[in-house]
Design a binder for this molecule. Structure first.
Ligand SMILES: Cc1ncc(COP(=O)(O)O)c(C=O)c1O
Ligand SMILES: N[C@H](C=O)CCC(=O)O
Length: 441
């Protein structure tokens, strides 16, 4: 088996990066704080593979944290981007690709009208403001362990890097900003009912990940999202489904395609990001036309962006979505199913106790738990320390996993038998390392 043990160029860049950037990274989840060691600096990607600055090759199971649905450097995406770049990179005017991308989103999801932005954080922040403007109410409801970007009011008990780094709260968020945020346990209908019983006429919106992926993967219990939408409707609040991670990934219409459409209900607003940018900064929020038309310039709720709808990002996103056809989703789902089976076999053989949880083709492993994880408390009760040696054994064997036990593993439509074979070879030793781990190592 090809071994990856040497990272001098990554180490050198990391040393320099730490001199000029906090922690040497531009997003905390990229640091290896939870697993130890030096973050790997990648130089290039192709299909399911990444190559680092030392020339080591890895099968990528991070996929840029979700966007790379088709794998890296898809030739048709690159060609479309190159052509778009040749026409100019930003005009600050409306342009055709943003109309085409908006039409594609409206065609694939339950939104009637959509506003393009540049990050998932902007999308959720704007959706919250719009919900408050539309309802004239201030309170918002979110779930512990869900992450909606680094929006001040939504960082309370957040997942992703916040839980990975064990940050109880984020300094710099004034108390009055979170005073109107109600945080509830995920999948807990009774807690939702009680909160709406008490504050129903003050709640502007409830926001939830369409399937939680930022505390590890914790799917909504059957009917939970519909229950949330109905509870919101009963109390005059808006239901915001955050599909930044799941959107256009778990089906062509996102998680909505798994739990929405056939049951005849829809969220009032949805947020998107990641896949819809094809590896460039593009995101969106959209939903009911009457709500969206509260946005400036039609309505009074202000929201804007110098690079919103950027022609390069929208071209990359549009090309990605057009290539993401039934066959691509079938390949992706199949690769994910095979990989989940390989992981389960290796962990079983090594005698590890675990829960492998999925939402469509997204999945993750909870370590040392013997029953399904349904909420943040359950996710935090795992033996996350077992992940450290597992992660490093996989890395040394040429498989790049998220450097945190609380993040989702992302497969792409380019994960072929060669990529899966590399992972299959790496898993047994990594599973044994997890089995032998102690909290101290
Ligand atoms: C569900 C969800 N919402 C929002 C965000 C924020 O997106 P971004 O990192 O593009 O700001 C993320 C990821 O970071 C996410 O997973
Ligand atoms: N879990 C985060 C998003 O889904 C990871 C991306 C980041 O914060 O850099």
């Amino acid at each position: 088996m090809e071994r990856v043990t040497s990272h001098p160029a990554s180490q050198g860049l990391f040393d320099r990066a730490r001199q000029v950037s906090p922690g040497g990274v531009n997003s905390p989840v990229r640091a290896f704080r939870a697993v130890g060691g030096t973050p790997i600096f990648m130089r290039s990607g192709s299909g399911a593979w990444l190559t680092d600055v030392d020339g080591n090759r890895y099968v990528d199971l991070v996929g840029s944290w979700g966007p790379m649905l088709l794998g890296h450097a898809h030739p048709e995406v690159l060609a479309a981007v190159a052509e778009a770049v040749g026409r100019g990179t930003s005009f600050g005017t409306p342009s055709e690709p943003e109309v085409l991308l908006a039409e594609e989103i409206v065609g694939r999801t339950p939104v009637e009208s959509v506003r393009l932005v540049s990050s998932g954080t902007e999308a959720t922040m704007s959706a919250i403001r719009l919900a408050r403007g539309f309802t004239g109410r201030d309170k918002i409801v979110k779930f512990a362990g869900c992450y909606h970007g680094h929006v001040d009011a939504l960082l309370a008990e957040a997942g992703s890097g916040v839980v990975t780094l064990g940050l109880p709260e984020t300094p710099g968020v004034p108390a009055h900003v979170t005073a109107d945020t109600i945080v509830l346990p995920y999948n807990d209908r009774a807690a939702v009912e009680a909160a709406f019983e008490q504050y129903g006429d003050q709640i502007a919106c409830l926001i939830t990940e369409a399937a939680a992926g930022n505390m590890g993967v914790v799917p909504p219990e059957p009917g939970f999202n519909r229950f949330l939408a109905e509870t919101c409707r009963k109390h005059g609040a808006l239901f915001i489904s955050d599909e930044v991670m799941t959107g256009f990934r778990v089906t062509r219409s996102g998680h909505w395609g798994l739990d929405g459409e056939p049951e005849g209900w829809r969220p009032d607003l949805l947020t998107f990001g990641k896949v819809m940018g094809g590896g460039f900064p593009a995101a969106a929020f959209g939903g009911r036309r009457d709500v969206m038309e509260q946005l400036a310039p039609v309505g009074p709720v202000y929201q804007a962006g110098t690079l919103s709808g950027n022609p390069i990002a929208t071209t990359a996103g549009l090309t990605t979505l057009r290539l993401a056809d039934t066959e691509a989703y079938a390949r992706l789902d199949d690769a994910s199913a095979q990989l989940q089976r390989l992981v389960a076999e290796a962990l079983d053989a090594a005698g590890v106790t675990y829960a492998l949880q999925s939402a469509g083709n997204m999945f993750s492993v909870f370590w040392g738990v013997d029953k399904p994880v349904t909420d943040f408390a359950g996710a935090q009760a795992q033996e996350a320390w077992r992940y450290r040696p597992f992660f490093h054994a996989m890395l040394d064997a040429g498989v790049y996993l998220p450097p945190s036990a609380y993040e989702c593993w992302f497969v792409s439509a380019a994960h072929d038998s060669e990529a899966l074979s590399r992972i299959a070879e790496a898993l047994p030793a990594a599973a044994r390392a997890a089995a032998q781990a102690t909290p101290e190592n």
